[in-house]
Design a protein around this ligand. Structure first.
Ligand code: COA
Length: 187
């Protein structure tokens, strides 16, 4: 089974439908923390809901589309990263991420996103990687900035949570920009 060591006992590997039980347990630890920032169809509250999320990604992955990877710390899922979209014809993909609260602040997401960007640009020849988040999601904005993504603008009033509307910011990095900075980032 493919897996990549992100740090110490933390590994990154594909999150698949057969992980539904442990993904649901993880979601019960992560739900309140991630719900303001992550879409409702991802933040489920049953094993069936968790399996449906993973099945959507599995179906998309089979068509060379979206993909999802979990982070396991000492055998327990603590978060993950995903290609929210992946379009090899246009050479454009969007990355996303989440963590349960106890895993925040350790650099796991920055390193994992870096690994996915390297794969997207170098192995898959993508031209553009996007990152979209609420403008007030400081930690998500910090990940984008840490990985040299550039802000392209704000999609006003485009995120709904708890009956309120929020602005979203779009970041991106292009292939040439990544290739020019990756050696520095990887150190
Ligand atoms: C967005 C989210 C995943 C970011 O998590 P995060 O832990 O801040 O990001 P990282 O894992 O990259 O860790 C960065 C932190 O670890 C620290 N760190 C430690 N070692 C590090 C390393 N080797 N490399 C980078 N950062 C490191 C950084 O200083 C930073 O901490 P600080 O902000 O207190 O200075 C998290 O806040 C979350 O789950 N939010 C809710 C869901 C969400 O918003 N998802 C994204 C929707 S767009």
């Amino acid at each position: 089974m493919f897996e990549t060591v992100v740090r110490d006992a933390v590994v990154l590997k594909p999150l698949e439908t057969w992980h539904a039980d442990e993904f649901a347990e993880h979601m019960s630890r992560a739900r309140d923390h991630i719900r303001p920032w992550v879409g409702p169809t991802f933040v489920t509250d049953t094993v069936e809901g968790a399996r449906a999320t993973l099945q959507r990604y599995a179906t998309a992955t089979a068509s060379d589309g979206a993909r999802i990877y979990g982070l396991w710390d000492g055998g327990k899922i603590v978060g993950g990263v995903m290609f929210v979209t992946f379009d090899p014809v246009w050479g454009i993909c969007e990355l996303g991420c989440w963590l349960e609260p106890d895993a925040v602040g350790g650099g796991l997401i920055t390193r994992s996103v870096e690994l996915l960007m390297e794969w997207a640009f170098v192995e898959r020849g993508m031209s553009r990687v996007e990152w979209r988040c609420r403008t007030d999601n400081d930690r998500s904005v910090a990940v984008a900035q840490r990985l040299r993504m550039r802000s392209e603008g704000v999609l006003r009033s485009s995120w709904v949570y708890d009956e309120n509307r929020y602005d979203k910011e779009v970041f991106s990095i292009l292939r040439a920009e990544w290739m020019g900075t990756r050696a520095v980032i990887a150190q």
